[in-house]
Write a protein that binds this ligand. Structure first.
Ligand code: SAM
Length: 164
């Protein structure tokens, strides 16, 4: 979900027989397609806020990395993930930690008009858990990731492993 330029696709290819990367940015997909030409990978232009154009019960694993801060309605995401996963399939999420977002750390990029900040949505930890519960996912793992753990800092990322 939100495969972007396919940064994680090469890693996933070491494990997967087939990968579908979804993203709504044509520019990102162009870079991903130029970089990864393996026939097992299909990059599709898709808005995650709509119904995903993938057959139901297709996937063993769905992953999201730094994407959900751009999505307002987590309920829709968990619903689609539940539809597209096989029984006992895994939904792995790794996102900017909400603690960071409470301190207003937004996704930024540079353009001709200067530094731009993207529209972002803060998802509380409880929101992930409630939406997962509503779609009957079980939480297998939750982890918090730090840039410099020895400095007692705020975690940068949070990850969840859910099972359908
Ligand atoms: C910060 S990038 C992360 C890309 C990649 N997952 C990674 O870790 O390198 C967020 C990606 O989510 C995509 N995205 C944001 N909202 C989306 C939506 N509604 N539907 C599809 N893709 C979306 C953006 O186009 C962008 O490629």
């Amino acid at each position: 979900m939100g495969c972007g330029t396919g940064k994680n696709t090469s890693y996933l290819l070491q494990k997967a027989e087939q990968i579908v990367g979804l993203d709504f940015s044509q520019e990102m997909l162009n870079i991903a397609r130029a970089k990864i030409t393996d026939a097992r990978v299909q990059f599709k232009k898709a808005d995650l806020n709509k119904n995903w154009d993938i057959e139901n019960h297709f996937a063993d694993l769905i992953t999201s990395n730094l994407t959900l801060e751009h999505i307002q309605d987590l309920g829709h995401i968990f619903e689609q993930a539940s539809n597209k996963l096989k029984a006992n399939g895994i939904f792995f999420i790794c996102e900017l930690h909400p603690f960071k977002q409470y301190l207003r750390s937004k996704a930024r990029f540079e353009s001709e008009e200067g530094i731009q900040e993207l529209e972002v949505y803060t998802h509380h930890i409880s929101e992930y858990i409630e939406n997962a519960n509503a779609k009957k996912f079980s939480l297998l793992e939750i982890n918090e990731w730090f840039d410099k753990p020895e400095e007692n800092e705020i975690p940068r990322l949070i990850s969840f492993v859910f099972k359908k």
